[in-house]
Design a protein around this ligand. Structure first.
Ligand SMILES: Cc1cc2nc3c(=O)[nH]c(=O)nc-3n(C[C@H](O)[C@H](O)[C@H](O)COP(=O)(O)OP(=O)(O)OC[C@H]3O[C@@H](n4cnc5c(N)ncnc54)[C@H](O)[C@@H]3O)c2cc1C
Length: 308
């Protein structure tokens, strides 16, 4: 819904932890603030069964509850939220116009917090078992696989970092990689090759993830000889890349080679009055705590920008 009569101080794009934290800080600072979310407010963390590494919850908290609390806290301070998809931003010297699929919003400052999506394998069983053995984040979920055998799919820095993280908990970690050598940096490779819990399955791709309530095996195919085999695993960590949600930002702010938004420590993008926070940022550690911190920083610097 377009509201041409209302001028906002801050428009926040994306309702994940970064956007919601920015919303808490901006609305609590009495800025007239709007958050635009194209899906369900909460972002990726809605998919987390249990979050055990966000401070303040010694027993952990479900991702859904954490997102709800953040949303409640932000709207409690006066943050407006709408369901709409941002498709572009127009910039003039005086103001910014955030274009959406339903209309447009005029604002002094914009905080981009539209996150990123994990690349999927696109194989049968992947969607069905997400959160039930299929994970895209070892930092988040490794502790659920104590003394279990798990597979990591991928061969880059992220995949090998995930595999090493998993060795702290799992009894065996099988790295399934479609090539016959890793793309990860030498130092990570050396660590992985020296780790006795890690095994490698080269030249192999996952064809299917199989289970009942939870994952219990994967079907893999060797790409050089076509041979198929089955591996008994309790978990599959998929680490084949990220895609930042920045399609609508091309030509507006600087993006890095992966498509993530480049910012400085104040979350400034280089375009005055446009900030970015959370997973969408270049080199983000892609964790709730970092997204929340980025959101707070972006809102504080947006407030200073507006004050002039
Ligand atoms: C299964 C799972 C478990 C996880 N577990 C943990 C954990 O235990 N601990 C931890 O710290 N982290 C965990 N993470 C990572 C964590 O969820 C992310 O780091 C965090 O959500 C990033 O927040 P964000 O606000 O930057 O982005 P996101 O959460 O990705 O939110 C971005 C939002 O922007 C919206 N959006 C995108 N494009 C547009 C557009 N054009 N217009 C409007 N809205 C748009 C999206 O719909 C989305 O809601 C987990 C992630 C997953 C997937």
């Amino acid at each position: 819904m377009s509201n041409p009569d209302k001028n906002y101080d801050v428009v926040i794009i994306g309702g994940g932890p970064a956007g919601l934290s920015a919303g808490i800080y901006a609305s609590r600072a009495r800025l007239v603030s709007l958050l635009i979310e194209r899906g369900v407010v909460g972002g990726q963390i809605l998919n987390a069964e249990r979050v055990e590494n966000y401070p303040g919850f010694p027993e952990g908290i479900s991702g859904f509850d954490l997102a709800q609390f953040m949303h409640q806290q932000a709207t409690g301070f006066g943050l407006e939220t709408v369901t709409d998809e941002v498709i572009g931003i127009e910039i003039t010297e005086q103001q910014k116009v955030v274009r959406t699929s339903k209309g447009s919003y005029v604002t002094k400052a914009v905080i981009i917090a539209s996150g990123s999506e994990r690349q999927k394998l696109g194989v049968p069983g992947e969607a069905e078992f997400t959160g039930k053995g299929v994970s895209y984040c070892a930092t988040c979920d490794a502790a659920f696989f104590r003394e279990k055998t798990v597979a990591v799919v991928g061969g880059g820095n992220a995949a090998i970092t995930e595999a090493l993280e998993l060795t702290k908990f799992a009894s065996k970690v099988i790295v399934v990689h479609r090539r016959n050598q890793l793309r990860a940096t030498k130092i990570l490779q050396e660590r992985a090759f020296a780790e006795t819990k890690i095994e490698f399955l080269w030249d192999s791709v996952v064809e299917e993830i199989v289970g009942e309530t939870f994952v219990n095996r994967i079907r893999v195919r060797n790409v050089t000889n076509g041979q198929e085999s089955s591996l008994e695993v309790s978990g599959v960590f998929i680490s084949v890349g990220f895609k930042p949600n920045t399609d609508y930002l091309k030509g507006i702010v600087t993006l890095d080679a992966t498509g993530a938004v480049v910012t400085n420590d104040s979350m400034e993008t280089g375009v005055p009055g446009i900030f970015a926070a959370g997973d969408i940022r270049s080199n983000s550690i892609r964790q709730v705590i970092a997204a929340a911190g980025d959101g707070a920083t972006a809102a504080i610097y947006a407030e200073r920008y507006i004050a002039g």
